[in-house]
Design a protein around this ligand. Sequence first.
Ligand code: ARG
Length: 453
Amino acid sequence: MTLWQHRMGAPPADALLSFTESLSIDERLWREDLEGSRAHVEGLHHAGLLDDDELETLLGALRAVEAELGEGTFVVVPSDEDIHTAIERRVTELAGDVGAKLHTGRSRNDQVATDLRLWARDALAEVAGGLIGFADVLRELAESAGSAVMPGYTHLQRAQPIPVAQWLLAHAWAVERDIARVLDALVRMDVSPLGAGALAGSTLPLDPPWVAARLGFSRSFANSVDAVSDRDFVAEGIFAITMAGVHLSRLAEEIVLFTTEEFRFIRLDDAYATGSSMLPQKKNPDIAELSRAKAGRYIGDLVTILTVLKGLPLTYNRDLQEDKQPLFDAVDQFRLELSAMQGLLATMTFDFDAMRQAASSAYLQAIDVAEYLVRRGMPFRRAHAVAAGLVRDSLERHVALAELVAAHPQLGEEAVRLIEAHEAIERRGANGMASLESVRRQLDELRVRLGER
Ligand code: ARG
């Protein structure tokens, strides 16, 4: 029998039960539901609504249900709409009339919001931890790249030489912001909705802040109507994952490119690459490709939750049941992705020679030639024209840029050293720029920041 059957003159249609059930999705909230129920029961005792014996009976029944769920012996019945219904039904079976007191002063509206916050709190803390480990791998790779140089790209065309570490740290800084975003979302979701009831609270002498503290939340809801309706925490959690997933997809795309024969910058470890069922020679970067694609899945999850919430009137509407699947999906997929990508990064090797060679074209220093002229007083637009003219000349007449620089009246022999990639890098010494000195400062700062997280 459903919890609300006494209101109805007819039993629920099978089609209603199969369409509205959420047990198949929210079953995994059982630990959180039991935790919330224990706190609620203790709150009822604290409020004088349960005596000592009743408290013990209910806690004992909750422990028995916990054992059944933990051992996989819990038997679901067709009227179990969701995990909350199923647990309450079983507690009542085990504890009789006392079991029937479990839901005193509580609605599934505040219950489900509490359970999901408990789940999201742990899941996102784990995601933050995973991201910290991931950023650390990027930082270590940057550290071990030493003074190796590669081309930096714009429009995927070689643009300027940069330390390989500067490239790796660019990805690490993005992940560092992702960590901050997850931690920030955790602060906002740290609110207990328990006690808000269906929407307006209860006439019973409940003490929501007491229960909030019992559940390890920093505070209790400020407004009961908001408490049962607020799913910002779901949207924010998914957004934080989506942003991190988009960042990882960008790194993944570069790994796909850089492992091609055309680039030859990176070699994957065999344990983190896949083969072909037909072509014997193939070694494929499937982890990176799937990471590129999973970003689309997180975006889908984010659009799902935002679309559910858009235009939804206060307070609880059954629409909100659709909040769990996108959150679970984003968290599950991201955990898997993070650990696969971390392993891939930690075991891949660089071909620093290929990278240096790709960065060795003199044209990548055309801007250094222009800025040399600027330092000598030439307006930048004219200096740009001079350098561009030299590049065009060099390409059309097949003469080395260095030779043309040496022969130019405003440049000359002294300007030829501008063409060397390592020197070009070292000339960019200010904070955050591409010099090795800047990279060293970044490594120090990143180590401190990740250590503080
Ligand atoms: N399974 C529902 C959900 O996940 C539980 C809340 C149902 N509440 C209600 N009043 N129908 O949202």
